[in-house]
Ligand binder design. Structure first.
Ligand SMILES: *Cc1c(COP(=O)(O)O)cnc(C)c1O
Length: 373
């Protein structure tokens, strides 16, 4: 018996019959890409976010790239972002022609808004801010909005891990000019393959994404933009809308229940837990903890593995330290990345997914508690 990080086979046992019905519906329709299923999914997701416009696309990476372009990013624009995220966050900036600028994170591992404020008041070249709602925990949306207004920067939110998270009464994805969502299978709302979406308040942003995702067409065989092929399949849209989205609230509630149990049972242990900000609702895409001493992390993970508990690290390497950035001009780190470096060295993610049992949590907690650093 292993307590796994994710269990998509268990998800299939729950949704499989519905997925087969959706598959038959799409197969019988004879229409497989960008059709009525995509439109219905976009409409339902828009209601879910409480934001007027959604444009589906092929991945979370594409959603961020096309979202940045549709929100007005021009090649050479500087984009302030976090060093601690999936590489896709920065890759999207670079692919859109932007220049990433990194500042340190706060105590929770999200971009430090005070550092952002300080830098934005000194550097007028920075035109965009790309915060990541990491682990499913929202960045302070009021704070982001204040920064955007005070310094006239355009915000694009990375909501890949945080669908449904709330800050100050507002869901993530509602403050930026655009927000990117990923439906990678392991995300809180996952397809059976790759898919993504851009959420936007302004119809012109969503319209531009719709053009960019389809070779930059604005009408049949008329290409006003240099776009991509980032179309969303009818099949993924049908599965997401009719099988996954209706279950998202109960899956999130289950994640929260399990996270609460972890938090109750691990308080007072040798591990640091994520401190959820006041007035925020976290959707627990991941359950990260910090070991006291970075040098003991491998031993901690080995101990858990031997007790039948999978773990992961999100993320072991900061984005500015990735070799791929050697081929990119102009990007920079401002100040020291002390907190981000520390978190990358000490972080461990414990298993958390909606198909875990309460007993699974107890197995993990017992393994954690029996570890001698
Ligand atoms: C998964 C993820 C992405 C990229 O999404 P894909 O669908 O895999 O392209 C971007 N940012 C973050 C924070 C993610 O977790």
């Amino acid at each position: 018996m292993t307590v796994r990080m994710v269990d998509l086979a268990a998800q299939w046992r729950s949704v499989g019959d519905d997925v087969l019905r959706a598959t038959a519906r799409v197969g019988n329709s004879g229409w497989y890409i960008l059709g009525p299923e995509v439109t219905s999914f976009e409409q339902e997701l828009s209601g879910w976010f409480g934001r007027a416009h959604v444009a589906g696309c092929a991945s979370g990476l594409d959603a961020l790239e096309l979202g940045l372009r549709a929100a007005g990013l021009r090649p050479g624009d500087h984009v302030l972002t976090t060093p601690l995220s999936a590489f896709a966050t920065t890759l999207a900036i670079i692919r859109a022609g932007g220049v990433p600028v990194f500042v340190d994170t706060d105590a929770r591992g999200a971009i430090d808004l005070e550092r952002c404020a300080d830098l934005l008041s000194r550097d007028e070249r920075i035109r965009f801010l790309l915060p990541v709602h990491l682990y499913g925990c929202p960045v302070d949306l009021d704070g982001v909005e204040r920064l955007a207004t005070a310094h006239d920067v355009t915000v694009v939110e990375d909501c890949a891990q945080a669908i449904g998270a709330v800050s100050g009464g507002r869901p993530v994805g509602t403050v930026g000019s655009a927000a990117g969502v990923s439906f990678y299978p392991t995300k809180n709302l996952g397809a059976l393959g790759d898919a993504g979406a851009v959420v936007a308040g302004d119809p012109s942003v969503a319209d531009l994404v719709r053009s960019l995702r389809d070779y930059g067409q604005t009408a049949k065989y008329r290409h006003d933009h240099l776009g991509a092929n980032s179309r969303l399949d009818e099949l993924h849209a049908a599965i997401l809308r009719s099988c996954m989205l209706p279950r998202l609230s109960s899956w999130t509630a289950r994640r929260t229940q399990l996270a609460d149990r972890y938090r109750e049972l691990l308080t007072g242990s040798a591990l640091e837990l994520l401190d959820v900000p006041e007035g925020a609702t976290c959707v627990w895409h991941l359950f990260p903890i910090l070991v006291r001493d970075a040098r003991s992390r491998d031993d901690f993970r080995r101990h858990l593995r031997d007790a039948g508990v999978e773990t992961a690290v999100h993320y072991p390497t900061l984005i500015p330290d990735q070799a791929a950035l050697r081929h990119v001009a102009g990007w920079r780190v401002v100040g020291r990345l002390t907190r981000a470096t520390d978190r990358a060295a000490r972080s461990v993610s414990l298993p958390l997914h909606p198909f875990m049992s309460t007993e699974d949590v107890d197995v993990v907690v017992a393994a954690v508690r029996s570890w001698q650093p």
